[in-house]
Design a protein around this ligand. Structure first.
Ligand code: ADP
Ligand code: TRP
Length: 361
C-alpha cells in the first residue's frame, strides 16, 4: 500500500501510448493503494490552447479516465487548477530550484528545439495560407498558429518552470510513488532533489521524497511514422499516433501507413525498431506475447500482420468508445468537483505545514 499520484495534460485526445504507458497502470494501482489522478490543465497552458478546445479536452480526458476504468470511489480524480495550492507551492519551490537544473531538463530542451523549428515553419505557414491549403487534421488553422506565434512569441517562462509545478503537484500530497513513462523520469528525479533540499534547508521533514515508477513493457510506445521518437499527441502528423477516439477506418489507415523495417519478415529485436514497436503494441492489446505473434505471422508478411494489429486495436477501441460516449459531461463535472474538494482538504493541510516551516505568517 503506497500513496500514488500521476497526471496527464489535456492537450488533444489521449493516444494508445498514454494508455499503455500510464493509465493502464493507474487502473491496476487503484485497487490496493491510495491513489490520486488528475488533469494538469495549468501545465497544458505552456503551449497555446484554443480556449473552447481546452475546455472540451479537459472534460474529454476526465471522461476517458472514467471509461478506461479509473473509479472515483477508489481514486481522487480532479483538475489541477481547481486546487489552488498547486500554483501556490510552485512559487515557493521555485525559490529553491536552480536555473541550471531546469536548463538541463531534456523535455525543456526538446520543446525549445521544436519551437525554434517553428521559425522555419513560419515561412511554410505563410505559403499555406496564401495557397489556402488546410493543414491535415490540425485542430487549428495555419492562420491561427501564425497569429499566435506573432502575438505571443515562441517561448515562455512557463515552459521553463514546468518541472517546478510538477514537483508541487507531487509534493503536496506526500506522494511515495509516481507512475510515469520513461520521458517523465527526469522530472520526478528533480522533484526528489527539491524535496531533499527543502527538508535540509528548513531542518524538518516536510516533504516525502517520491520514487518514479516506470512500467516495463509499453513504457515507451514509439511513433508510427517514426519509431525513433515516442508517440506523442503533440506530433506534427496525426499518422504518428492512434488516438483513443480514432474510428475503425482511421485506425486501419494509420496502421497501413505505419513505417516498417526493411525485409518482409514479422520479427522484432533491437535492430528492427519499427516492427519491434508494432509487435509490442499488438502484444499489449491482444495478450499474446511478442514471440507468439512472431510465430503466428511467420512467413505471412506485413499485410496480414498489420490487419491483425488493426483488428486488435479496433476491438479495444470500440469497447472503450462505447463506454466513453455513455458518460455524460455533467457526470464528469460532478466527479471532478467532488475530487477537487477531497484534494483541497489535503493540500490545505500540507500548505499550512509548509508555511509554518518557512516562516510565513
Ligand atoms: P504527450 O507527449 O502525448 O503529450 P504527455 O507528455 O502528456 O504525452 O504524457 C502523459 C503520460 O503518458 C505520461 O505519464 C507519459 O510518460 C505517458 N506517455 C506519453 N507518451 C507516451 C508514449 N509514447 N509511450 C508511453 N507512455 C507515454
Ligand atoms: N509532466 C507530465 C507529463 O507531461 C504530467 C504531469 C504533471 C505529472 N504533473 C504531474 C505526472 C505529476 C505525474 C505527476 O506527462
Amino acid at each position: 500500500m503506497s500513496r500514488i499520484l500521476s497526471a496527464v495534460q489535456p492537450t488533444n485526445n489521449l493516444h494508445i501510448g498514454n494508455y499503455l504507458g500510464a493509465i493502464k497502470q493507474w487502473v491496476e494501482l487503484q485497487e490496493s493503494n491510495e491513489t490520486i489522478f488528475f488533469i494538469v490543465d495549468l501545465h497544458a497552458l505552456t503551449v497555446y490552447q484554443k480556449p473552447e478546445l481546452l475546455r472540451q479536452n479537459i472534460l474529454d480526458v476526465a471522461r476517458m479516465y472514467l471509461a478506461l476504468g479509473l473509479n472515483p470511489n477508489k481514486s481522487i480524480i480532479f483538475v489541477q487548477s481547481h486546487v489552488k495550492e498547486h500554483a501556490e507551492l510552485a512559487w515557493i519551490l521555485g525559490t529553491i530550484v536552480k536555473m541550471g537544473e531546469l536548463e538541463r531538463m531534456t523535455q525543456f530542451k526538446d520543446k525549445i528545439e521544436s519551437l525554434s523549428e517553428i521559425t522555419g515553419q513560419i515561412k511554410n505557414l505563410e505559403m499555406l495560407i496564401k495557397d489556402e491549403t488546410r493543414i491535415y487534421l490540425a485542430p487549428v488553422t495555419a492562420q491561427e498558429i501564425l497569429d499566435y506565434i506573432k502575438k505571443r512569441g515562441h517561448s515562455n517562462v512557463g515552459l521553463f518552470t514546468y518541472p517546478v509545478l510538477m514537483a508541487a503537484d507531487i509534493l503536496l500530497y506526500d506522494t511515495e510513488r509516481v507512475p510515469v513513462g520513461e520521458d517523465q523520469k527526469q522530472h520526478v528525479e528533480l522533484t526528489r532533489d527539491i524535496a531533499e533540499r527543502f527538508n535540509k534547508l528548513y531542518g524538518k521533514v516536510v516533504f516525502t521524497v517520491p520514487e518514479p515508477m516506470i512500467s516495463q513493457s509499453g513504457a515507451r510506445v514509439m511513433g508510427l511514422d517514426d519509431p525513433a521518437k515516442k508517440m506523442s499527441k503533440s506530433a506534427a502528423s496525426a499518422y504518428n499516433y492512434i488516438s483513443l477516439l480514432d474510428d475503425v477506418a482511421t485506425v486501419k489507415k494509420k496502421i497501413k501507413k505505419a513505417v516498417t523495417d526493411s525485409g518482409a519478415e514479422v520479427l522484432g529485436g533491437a535492430s528492427r525498431p519499427a516492427l519491434n514497436n508494432l509487435l509490442t503494441i499488438y502484444s499489449l492489446f491482444s495478450d499474446k506475447s511478442v514471440t507468439a505473434l512472431e510465430k503466428e505471422f511467420a512467413g505471412k508478411g506485413y499485410v496480414d500482420f498489420k490487419n491483425g494489429l488493426a483488428d486488435a486495436l479496433n476491438a479495444f477501441l470500440e469497447a472503450f468508445q462505447e463506454k466513453f460516449h455513455a458518460i455524460k459531461e455533467s457526470e464528469a463535472r460532478d466527479i471532478l468537483a467532488d475530487g477537487a474538494a477531497r484534494a483541497s482538504t489535503r493540500s490545505a493541510l500540507k500548505m499550512a505545514q509548509i508555511k509554518e516551516a518557512i516562516g510565513l505568517i
